[in-house]
Design a binder for this molecule. Structure first.
Ligand code: SF4
Length: 411
């Protein structure tokens, strides 16, 4: 299978660098995410506690160590009458050694390991089901979850003469996606469930291990809509920051905008980037691309973005995928600048040329129209840049590879 990884609707490569004549890119998994599915059923953000307190877990069946802080692991050790430092050891074994099996944690006393296992404690790592590498260095990993569902995580290295200097992971936040954006392979593959926090963290550890290199950046732009699984995304974000050691500014959370979630995110005052998948200069076009935008009008979304900026002082990234004949005309560029002039606050526009995938009727625009679009924006004072999108001979866009391996529709 020689499908392209990066150019599809979900994955974007940009920030071109080169090494020995080979192009390298930073890849972003592009997303369209809205509040409701095509059925117009409102989807509420998850309210489940994704890293439940220890007391609650005493009664549940399987419990996961991954996703827990050093303090929580220390409390766990103490609750088994072990010394405090056993918690620190557990933390190191999870996040530094990236252990997969409690039986391999030989630094811990055998009796402690046995009692943890008997009490249904598990690490929480997922099995690597399949990997596909591209010639430009990106690597897509399919991970098999405990319930045999399959998700994707993508590692994107940016290399310089001395080797990798940046490694970005595009993480999934759901198994499939309920939002069914019109050009998305993931959406077409159906939806099963939200990921748990440890299943998100696991994706980052897996890519670190596969590359034998520290992950520097995380983008919540893989399969699924992060804002529909906000509790787990926030828990994973915290763990990745505090336990795995990835700076908040090195992480991006992307969304089309699920009602009431941008304000919730703002309360956390994260230093991470919020990326809004805009994709249209007006409500009418937006609804065609993202069906669920019907319930979250553009003006309401922009108003929420404005509040977010005021509360966090973090510049917002507007993502705009250029679809030939749909939203890439000069009149659309004019309309987009008018829209953003009204908004006035800190932002940047990323223009992403669409690359068709087999399941979609959308087409990639001509280069001339992309450049004309960019020029109009910049001439009219809207800071914008075209992201380089390059096909990679891995296995398709976000969702396509997973669909290859999980033929039966998700429920
Ligand atoms: S259907 Fe879901 S996964 Fe696909 S682009 Fe839309 S939000 Fe992203």
């Amino acid at each position: 299978m020689a499908l392209r990884l990066a150019e599809a609707q979900h994955l974007r490569l940009h920030d071109v660098a080169s090494h020995k004549g080979r192009p390298y890119f930073r890849l972003l998994c592009h997303r369209y995410s809205v509040a409701v599915a095509a059925s117009s059923t409102i989807i509420s953000p998850s309210s489940a506690e994704d890293v439940a307190p220890l007391e609650q877990l005493k009664t549940s069946s399987v419990k996961y160590l991954l996703g827990r802080s050093e303090e929580q692991l220390t409390q766990l050790a103490l609750s088994y009458s072990e010394k405090k430092y056993r918690g620190t050891q557990l933390h190191e074994l999870l996040y530094k050694a990236k252990g997969r099996d409690l039986n391999e944690f030989l630094q811990l006393p055998k009796s402690f390991r046995e009692r943890l296992i008997a009490d249904n404690w598990r690490i929480g790592r997922s099995e690597i089901h399949h990997t596909v590498a591209s010639t430009d260095g990106t690597l897509k990993a399919l991970l098999k979850l405990e319930d045999a569902r399959i998700i994707e995580a993508v590692g994107i290295p940016v290399e310089e003469a001395r080797g990798i200097n940046r490694l970005t992971v595009c993480v999934s936040s759901q198994v499939g996606c309920p939002l069914r954006c019109s050009f998305c392979a993931t959406g077409k593959g159906g939806y099963s469930r939200n990921l748990k926090a440890h299943e998100i963290v696991d994706q980052v550890l897996t890519i670190e291990k596969l590359f034998q290199h520290r992950v520097t950046n995380v983008v919540f732009m893989g399969m699924g809509e992060p804002m529909l699984n906000l509790n787990a995304v926030l828990a994973a974000h915290k763990c990745l920051n505090e336990d795995v050691g990835i700076g908040q500014r090195m992480m991006t959370i992307s969304t089309v905008g699920v009602p009431n979630t941008i304000a919730r995110l703002a309360e956390h005052k994260l230093q991470s980037t919020l990326a809004i998948s805009l994709h249209a200069p007006n409500q009418e076009i937006r609804e065609k691309i993202v069906p669920s935008a019907k319930t979250y009008p553009l003006q309401a979304l922009l108003a929420d973005c404005k509040d977010y900026f005021v509360k966090t002082h973090r510049r917002i990234s507007f993502e705009y995928t250029l679809l030939a004949g749909v939203n890439d005309g000069e009149e659309h560029a004019m309309e987009l600048t008018d829209l953003l002039h009204k908004w006035r606050l800190g932002y940047h526009v990323n223009l992403i040329p669409y690359n068709p995938v087999s399941e979609s009727d959308f087409k990639r625009p001509y280069k001339a129209s992309m450049l004309a679009f960019e020029r109009i924006l910049n001439d009219r004072g809207v800071i914008a840049s075209i992201r380089q999108t390059r096909g990679v001979d891995a296995n398709a866009a976000c969702g396509q590879l997973r669909n290859e391996f999980q033929k039966s529709p998700l429920k």
